[in-house]
Design a protein around this ligand. Structure first.
Ligand code: ASP
Ligand code: MG
Length: 439
């Protein structure tokens, strides 16, 4: 069984939705198709929900009417026959009645989450009827009947798997099952979601739950790239990544994949393939257990980093010093990203400044503090980089003219992190592109 996920832009126009219908029909064997909401819909629902929470009813109702117009036009172009256009109108009218009902009553966080879930419910229903119209056997697999999160908002993979089994058995006479990305039930059985961009995560959870052959994530770019195309001129798609490399990149803002997506797939060794709906033949990126060792795969950067240096002679030959420093960050629920130490000083970086003033006040008791803001972490990702000779030489040679504030190497075999001032970031990414990838 394949799990095949299409994002908002892949279903955002009637012709695109028709195109992916053909794409799915051309795939051999059984598949579960996971769909996002049509592009722009979740953003519109967020705006409507926020307006309602703020008692801005007129703004919310105007936005609902705008969105309704968009859907009425969409179904006109999606369906060919009068009878299916009527089915489409019935669907749109049913969802928009619900929006108006939710908007008219007491609107709270629970109503908000119910509203957000409608984007995926409507896109899958429209797609399902399109397949019906072109006489392709298909079933709807309702995500709210099996997808769940616990009280810590963590997906319940084992339960999801248990619930899916009997449902899938009853549907084993059709090859195409269509389900909603992003939406789920929480531990109170209320409608909830897996956070923005969560449809990728849905696909990975289903893939892991049913031990699928493959999870395909279809977007509108040809896989993950080796560098940030907004900053460097020439980038290339990465053919193969290990799960660990992909998680490093997802954290470092390679926006193409929801950061948690890798976790369930990795647990059950189900390969994740990133594919491009605009260029079906392109190979895309394969993320799996396999990987080539000692090779640079990609560089990525994360901005908005603050570096804090704590210098203290009390650190010399002492133990327990780092613990006390880390406890300060723990008290203010502030994660530390990079660390580097000398005998009398330690530098750490954080990307969350909310409690910085209080943190500094406490750290001041340990010694002298220096703070550098507007820093960027440049992360160099590859497999077994720490086992390869000359890796650091290549990196530092490329960055010879860039002042480097911190380095972290060997923490993981997949990553070298370097801290530079954000003003140097573009230059650093370009130099690494030339030095490590000859681009
Ligand atoms: N529709 C949701 C969003 O826009 C989930 C997704 O597209 O992955 O965030
Ligand atoms: Mg996405």
């Amino acid at each position: 069984m394949l799990v095949v996920k299409f994002g908002g832009t892949s279903v955002g126009k009637p012709e695109r939705m028709k195109k992916i219908a053909h794409l799915v029909m051309s795939m051999p064997g059984k598949k579960i198709v996971v769909l996002s909401a049509l592009s722009g819909t979740t953003n519109a629902l967020v705006r409507i929900g926020e307006n309602l929470l703020a008692q801005q009813h007129t703004a919310a109702n105007n936005e609902i009417s705008e969105l309704e117009k968009h859907y009425l036009q969409f179904i006109k172009e999606l369906y060919s026959s009068e009878s299916y256009k009527a089915v489409g109108e019935e669907i749109v009218s049913r969802y928009f009645s619900l929006f108006r009902l939710l908007a008219a009553g007491k609107f709270d966080d629970r109503g908000y989450r119910e509203l957000l879930a409608q984007g995926e419910l409507i896109s899958t229903e429209l797609f399902y009827h399109h397949l019906q119209e072109i006489k392709t056997p298909v079933r709807l697999l309702p995500a709210l009947h099996f997808m769940s999160i616990d009280e810590n908002n963590e997906p319940e993979l084992e339960k999801i798997s248990e619930r899916l089994k009997p449902i899938l058995e009853t549907m084993n006479n059709v090859d195409i099952l269509v389900t909603q990305g992003y939406i789920c039930r929480n531990h109170r059985n209320e409608i909830d979601n897996l956070k923005r961009g969560g449809s990728d995560y849905t696909a990975s959870l289903i893939g892991a739950a049913i031990r699928a052959e493959e999870i395909q994530i279809w977007t509108d770019i040809d896989g993950m790239h080796n560098n940030d195309p907004r900053i460097v001129k020439k980038t290339m798609p990465i053919a193969e990544l290990t799960f660990d490399e992909a998680s490093e990149l997802a954290y470092f803002g390679a926006k193409i994949l929801h950061p948690s997506t890798i976790v369930p797939a990795q647990k059950y060794h189900v390969p994740v393939i990133l594919k491009n709906t605009m260029d079906e033949k392109a190979l895309g990126t394969i993320i799996s257990d396999k990987g080539s060792r000692g090779q640079f795969k990609a560089v990525a950067a994360k901005d908005g980093i603050t570096a804090i240096k704590i210098k203290s002679s009390r650190m010399l030959l002492a133990y327990g010093f780092l613990r006390r420093v880390f406890e300060v960050f723990e008290r203010y629920k502030t994660p530390i990203d990079m660390i580097s130490t000398s005998e009398v000083a330690v530098s750490v970086t954080i990307d969350e400044n909310k409690n910085l003033a209080k943190i500094l006040e406490e750290l001041n008791l340990f010694g002298t503090i220096e703070v550098d803001d507007n820093q960027s972490i440049i992360c160099i990702v590859g497999n077994m980089l720490s086992e390869k000779e000359g890796v650091l030489k290549e990196v530092f040679q490329s960055l010879a003219n860039i002042p480097i504030r911190m380095v972290s190497y060997g923490g993981s075999p997949n990553n070298i992190s370097i801290l530079v001032s954000t003003s140097q970031k573009d230059k650093a990414l370009n130099l690494l592109n030339e030095g490590l990838f000859n681009l």
